[in-house]
Design a protein around this ligand. Structure first.
Ligand code: Q9C
Ligand code: ZN
Length: 354
């Protein structure tokens, strides 16, 4: 199996995230990608490929230009203001309640502020997502990893793994969030739709609901989003991910959320996976994008599921049994000692040899 990896992710070197107002050691760290890459190399069955640059256009097919510009300019702005700090974290976010009672026209007149703190809140959701000097560079390369995986699958590869870092599925059209800046999977799915004219399914098996992917394709009839995740009543991203969010307009029925309780184990999880796979089977198309996360693992520090490695091998097998071509993109997973083995188990489940 071809695997797209790059060292450029290292530029996004986050040390701390802010959790309930207090700095804690970051979970989404540089070592993650090295651990997974090391496990792929040790396994021997993966052919490592460098990403190629794809420019801004495929990003702008999914994201607001303002988000891209903000991420591009943010660190330079922090430096210009001589704010002596190692990362930028917003502390003021626009809340829906701030605009309660205002008309659509009045809301349309809201604007991005000039000050960097206001800009960070405007384009952000939460404090777990610091911007550091190399964030933009790394986030751009993560998109290129995803798009290179797409190129390879469109070129005839059956299954390609893209080791994206930073991850992407919390990033919405106009919002970075939850360790994510650009939505790698959504950009990949949109590129596939445009290249093939077919429908595309996105299967999101990261522990968290991919609110960004859901938002981007909410009204789309040509992209199915199916996600298995911790119930948002209990966990991040809190405000989206409920089972009754089914899409609107052309997208009705094309959004499938399968929230699970704390301590969900292999059996409950694989049942939910079968429901997601049924929805994919019911959607025409030859390519599936997988948002792959290992924060569902029993030892993950931020997830509360109880999956074992055996479930990953079985999940890989069941996804392969769809008989569709796969663009598999890395999202979360924060238990460093297990990350490499879990990734190999999942990917080897898909393709046992070669
Ligand atoms: N105490 C992904 O897995 N909140 N993102 C963390 C930790 C944000 C997770 C709170 C979690 C984002 C891609
Ligand atoms: Zn996650």
């Amino acid at each position: 199996m071809k695997a797209v990896t790059t060292e450029h992710h290292r530029a996004h070197d986050v040390r701390d995230e802010v959790y309930l107002g207090v700095p804690i050691p970051a979970h989404e760290v540089v070592q993650r990608a090295g651990i997974i890459k090391g496990a792929l190399v040790a396994d021997g069955g993966f052919d490592l490929v460098e990403p190629t640059e794809h420019g801004e256009l495929p990003i702008l097919a999914v994201h607001d230009r303002g988000l891209l510009r903000f991420l591009e300019e943010a660190w330079g702005e922090v430096r210009r203001q001589a704010i002596g700090r190692q990362s930028l974290v917003a502390d003021t976010y626009p809340s829906l309640a701030m605009f309660e009672g205002m008309s659509r026209e009045a809301i349309a007149k809201l604007r991005e502020p000039a000050a960097i703190g206001g800009r960070a809140g405007w384009w952000g959701l939460d404090s777990s997502n610091p911007i550091v000097p190399g964030t933009y560079e790394a986030a751009r390369w993560a998109v290129d990893v995803a798009l290179t995986a797409v190129d390879l699958v469109l070129g005839g590869e059956r299954t390609v793994y893209g080791l994206c870092r930073p991850p992407g599925h919390h990033a919405a059209r106009s919002m970075a969030a939850g360790y994510c800046f650009f939505n790698n999977a959504a950009i990949a799915a949109e590129a596939i739709v445009r290249a093939t004219g077919e429908r595309v399914a996105i299967l999101d098996v990261d522990y968290h609901h991919g609110n960004g992917t859901q938002q981007i394709f909410w009204r789309r009839g040509d992209v199915l989003y199916a996600s298995i995740h911790g119930d948002p009543m209990r966990v991040y991203p809190f405000f989206l991910g409920h089972a009754d969010e089914v899409g609107e307009g052309d997208g009705v029925g094309m959004n499938v959320n399968l929230p699970l309780p704390a301590e969900a184990g292999d059996e409950l999880y694989l049942e939910a996976l079968d429901r997601a796979l049924e929805a994919i089977n019911a959607t025409p198309g030859s390519i599936v994008v997988v948002s792959l996360g290992f924060d569902t693992y029993r030892d993950d520090p931020i997830g509360d599921f109880a999956l074992t490695r055996a479930a990953y091998a079985e999940a890989g097998r069941r996804v392969a049994a769809l008989g569709r071509r796969l663009v598999i993109l890395q999202e979360g997973g924060y238990h460093l000692p297990s990350l490499g083995k879990n990734a190999v188990a999942w990917l080897r489940g898909v393709e046992p040899v070669g």
